[in-house]
Design a protein around this ligand. Structure first.
Ligand code: ADP
Length: 491
């Protein structure tokens, strides 16, 4: 099958979070299974060029219709760890992707509407006719809309679209300007509850809603989150739209890339290890302490890795730091704040805790350091308010780092409480789960994990090994996506 992914991220060249990992990991798995994959991305000035091999101009003069005129683009081509990627660079005064950021500009909706249009124009002009277009999140929500309303009339009538939602909270909202810019000129037609009109604000259009309405199938990134988004509050206003389209909506659990996340071969960690030979893990713990100036001693290290965002339960992350210290554990945080208020809060904490030899707070994004933390820590906390899938608990499991998580979204599908799980026998359980969002819920789960580490080290070790034996690679999700693609292709 010939599959094109259109996305705003692809790890490691463009990665702000899990979306990047998924686009890369799924593509690799599909390619290993013998399919042809191409990935279309924006050419950001700030992406990691050191991860692209053989970058060259592939298409010089792509004219993308925009507001009744055109914007000229150059399309570059290169390999990101073996995956063939096309990078679109518009040559216009807007400098859409030359802002030193991936997201967070005032005109993000215009930037990604342009990207969606340009990606389809690129496929059209280069006569690329994939069996399946897979696009992701609000940034590419207009792809299926434009395909159905515009491009199918230009010879792209056989392309099917799978649309994956990684985060319902960010939906891409805009006024009529985007319609005029992209050539969707019939305002009243699109401002319709059945089409792009936002479910709550009748004066704006909603990209993600467009993605749901117009694609052939919609997935979100875990079965439990599919249920939550459809029936609960986590659809962020799109629950009714999902309900209307429930026949084409499902949850497929993300995987993690076992080439990238593998303690047996990971290039970013000094000592390799396996479930049978865990000595390397202890040495990585020592290396982590040395790198972050933590004192040596017989204490567990608890880690947090992730965006520092309301979604991730920042108040509980904050509490976990102090509670770990109170329980005689060490804490390492690697977090990228998504708002300035959260940035200054944690910046202040960092200053306050600077001289404490049992804690290290690292603010910012650091791929290399994240690997060493996964390898060197004993536990990882994921106290999210909501979590569509969550990769850090799965990576933690792979590295023998016991997850302590809140039972929400994809965490429910991946972490099974050592003491209370009802689904699995004790020898299949892999972590600790708490349910409420208050401090004491988190404390009780941390107590159980820390208690086991101190008082029953052999049992803790068993839990580590049990976690490492789970297969959260792309093996199963890859199969699921292929079955879905096949089904769509023959529809
Ligand atoms: P998100 O909601 O951000 O997509 P996920 O758990 O799905 O969360 O994916 C997070 C991915 O991003 C993981 O690969 C994690 O290791 C990585 N990550 C998150 N924050 C950082 C950071 N500050 N530095 C390095 N890697 C990070």
């Amino acid at each position: 099958m010939y599959i094109v992914q259109i996305a705003s991220e692809c790890a490691p060249v463009i990665k702000a979070g899990g979306l990047g990992d998924v686009v890369y990991g799924l593509s690799r798995e599909l390619e290993l299974r013998g399919h042809t994959i191409e990935i279309i991305l924006p050419k950001y000035d700030c992406m990691r060029y050191d991860h692209i091999w053989g970058l060259h101009e592939a298409y010089q003069d792509l004219s993308v219709p925009w507001y009744g005129a055109t914007i000229q683009c150059t399309v570059y081509c290169g390999w990101v760890h073996g995956r063939l990627c096309f990078f679109i660079e518009p040559r216009s005064q807007d400098y859409f992707f030359n802002r030193g950021i991936y997201y967070g500009a005032k005109d993000d909706y215009m930037r990604f509407a342009f990207f969606s249009k340009a990606a389809l124009e690129f496929l059209l002009r280069t006569n690329k006719r994939p069996d399946l277009i897979h696009c992701h999140d609000w940034q590419t929500g207009l792809v299926p809309v434009l395909l159905y309303e515009v491009y199918q009339w230009h010879g792209m009538e056989n392309q099917r679209v799978c649309y994956t939602i990684h985060n319902f909270k960010h939906q891409g909202i805009s006024g009529t300007d985007v319609l005029w810019a992209t050539g969707l000129n019939r305002e009243s037609y699109y401002f319709d509850y059945e089409r792009l009109q936002d479910n709550f604000n009748p004066f704006v259009i909603n990209f993600m809603k467009g993605g749901i309405v117009y694609s052939n199938h919609v997935t979100t990134v875990s079965p439990h989150h599919a249920w939550e988004a459809h029936h609960g509050e986590f659809g962020y206003g799109l629950g009714h739209t999902l309900h209307m389209h429930q026949h084409k909506f499902s949850g497929i659990l993300n995987g993690i890339d076992y080439e990238v996340w593998n303690p047996e071969i990971d290039l970013y960690i000094p000592y390799h290890y396996t479930p049978a030979k865990l000595k390397g893990k202890a040495l990585n713990k020592k290396a982590l302490r040395e790198k972050l100036w933590l004192r040596d001693g017989d204490k567990p290290i608890i880690a947090y890795i992730g965006r520092l965002d309301d979604q991730k339960g920042v108040h509980l992350v904050h509490h976990a730091i102090y509670y770990a210290l109170h329980r005689d554990a060490q804490f390492v945080l690697l977090g990228s704040p998504t708002e300035s208020a959260i940035g200054s809060w944690f910046g202040h904490e960092k200053g306050f805790l600077n001289d404490n030899p049992d804690v290290h707070l690292e603010l910012g994004f650091n791929e290399e350091l994240s690997h060493l933390i996964y390898a060197g820590a004993d536990m990882i906390v994921v106290p999210s308010n909501y979590e569509p899938c969550g990769l850090t608990q799965m990576i933690g499991l792979r590295y023998g780092t016991v997850p302590v998580v809140r039972g929400v979204g994809g965490l429910v599908n991946t972490v099974f409480d050592r003491d209370y799980d009802e689904q699995y026998l004790p020898e299949k359980r892999n972590g600790y789960v708490f349910h409420q969002t208050d401090n004491s819920a988190l404390e009780s789960a941390m107590d159980r994990a820390i208690g086991l580490w101190y008082h029953y080290p052999d049992e803790f070790q068993k839990l580590v090994v049990q976690g490492m034996s789970y297969d959260y690679s792309w093996n199963y999700p890859g199969k699921d996506y292929l079955e879905l693609y096949e089904h769509l292709r023959h529809k």
